[in-house]
Design a protein around this ligand. Sequence first.
Ligand SMILES: Nc1ncnc2c1ncn2[C@@H]1O[C@H](COP(=O)(O)OP(=O)(O)O)[C@@H](O)[C@H]1O
Ligand SMILES: Nc1ccn([C@@H]2O[C@H](COP(=O)(O)OP(=O)(O)O)[C@@H](O)[C@H]2O)c(=O)n1
Length: 206
Amino acid sequence: MIIAVDGPAASGKGTIAKALARHYGLPHLDTGLLYRAVGISVLRHGGDPANALDAQRACGFEEVLLADPGLKSEAAGRAASIVSAHPAVRAALLERQRAFAAQPGGAVLDGRDIGTVIAPEARAKLFVTATPEVRARRRYDELIGLGLSVDYDHVLGDIRARDERDSARSAAPLRQAEDAVLLDTSALDVAAAVAAAIALVEAAAR
Ligand SMILES: Nc1ncnc2c1ncn2[C@@H]1O[C@H](COP(=O)(O)OP(=O)(O)O)[C@@H](O)[C@H]1O
Ligand SMILES: Nc1ccn([C@@H]2O[C@H](COP(=O)(O)OP(=O)(O)O)[C@@H](O)[C@H]2O)c(=O)n1
């Protein structure tokens, strides 16, 4: 079974995708990490994420970069959101994601365009969301927990800017697939959000 989990920044889609993968014994791919790796690679080479050529060159990043703690930073998220608007970057990362989704037995993938572009054939599609303020609070707590020095208002501004950029771009914009079910986690803790997600997948698989 392929499970597609999409949604905006810090909505809890990664937490839900990981929990679903554990519950169903499926492999999981956090596709945002691929875009973050491209984004940080551009920055580390002194390039400009808005420059399509700089971004395209960075798509051949080393695998080890996917485990780099720097990928979690706000700067990496911002750069990822900028490089991900280039069609050439999306094209360069497409096959890897499609192949992951198509492996025997299925998989869980989370990102922005899993249900719409990467795996439109997915059996279960969730669109996970929460208010910008709740998402900013979660991301702020997460970054503080990682020992980074951040400001709540800055995180909220960054999340709003990323929502806008990810939804407005013409290449695979962030949007709920027509056959995806909406899961608003604003008032749910992790356990309740995961339980709701499992119930939705069960209903979709029936
Ligand atoms: N329902 C929830 N309630 C409270 N905190 C949550 C919830 N879901 C996720 N979190 C926390 O919020 C942060 C962002 O969650 P994550 O799953 O990484 O979001 P995303 O993948 O959408 O960016 C993490 O620190 C995670 O533990
Ligand atoms: N499938 C995907 C996943 C991420 N992305 C881009 O990569 C950025 C970082 O994604 P992420 O999932 O790691 O970000 P968070 O939601 O965890 O903050 C997003 O803001 C998107 O611009 C994308 O375009 N398509």
